[in-house]
Write a protein that binds this ligand. Sequence first.
Ligand code: FE
Length: 369
Amino acid sequence: MVFENVLVVDPVDGEYAGIVEVTRGFISGVRRRAGCPDCELLLLPGFVDLHTHGSKGVDSLSMDEKGLKKWEEFLYSQGVTYFLPTTMSAQPESLISSAKVVERYLESNSLTSVGGIHYEGPYLSLRRKGAQNPSLIREIDLQEVDSTLNGTIKLLTMAPELRGFREAAALIQRRGITLSIGHTDASYDDMMKAYKYGCKRVTHFPNGMNTLHHRDPGCVGAVFSEDFSVEMIIDGVHSLPSFVKMVFRIKGSERIMIVTDTISAAGMDDGEYELGGLKVILKDGRPTLEDGTIAATVVLFSEAVRNFKTFTDCSHKDLARVSSYNALRSISIEDRGRIAPGYIADFVILDRELGIVETVLAGKTVYKK
Ligand code: FE
């Protein structure tokens, strides 16, 4: 398989006109061409969404394998070649049951963009619950943590100010799972301690956390002072475009990861949906709880990528970092996310307006406009 006359965009080497060759699912060659006046298409590493609760009517806590397939296929149309179904705070049985669905799915599908599962909660701050169900948020229970971890869990969001965080963090990290800090009312010092324990990733910054004050720098101050990497929801609502631009200027393209945080209503019409046991009303494309709290998003990944470019005026190389490379590295995945020989051939091909033209998973076209 050969992709000719494309503008190759690599998160490390940058952009250049070139030809990409694929053999048995891997990139076998990348050649540069002198100039490319007819380069209408961009070839980037496939998009990566490590924080999504659902799409197309499918929800991570109630899905079966058929639903997961539907979700995956929908994400191909968005250029996504790797994602983690993400659970809300739930009882241990529900978490384990979702993890088992993912486990069976991975066993029966050798070619898949499902990478594992992300537990967002349940060990979070009640004060910073956002759209999480307060009756399911709880204190850290080490035995319970241990019993809910299986081989498919790649990422776990937790609040670092909770009692027992240090022990839980050590247990989780020993299992090779990445910890992300989120839904937290941590002080600046709590954040610094967590950073020292190796927790350097932050969930949907700066949503679900206390904010910056010059005499109380809090979570946001800590994130700006240390090399934390941050997920961001780029829908223009969770953070205004000017805030996204500011974060981009402070953290740079090396430390931002686009996530959608979509719920099952993504890709669906206005109506009533469910999120972690709470009713969500989708009206004019805006999902809220009954009390008006913003409830995640229905922004699609490709829209978020276009938004990021518009909000920050970043380069294509930056875009390849924030849409794929950084997220993969944050969960220690090293064999994809680049357009270079030896990497898995996961691509997204875009037009000049950043519309999705084709999605390629391990060398196989899984979506074509
Ligand atoms: Fe959240």
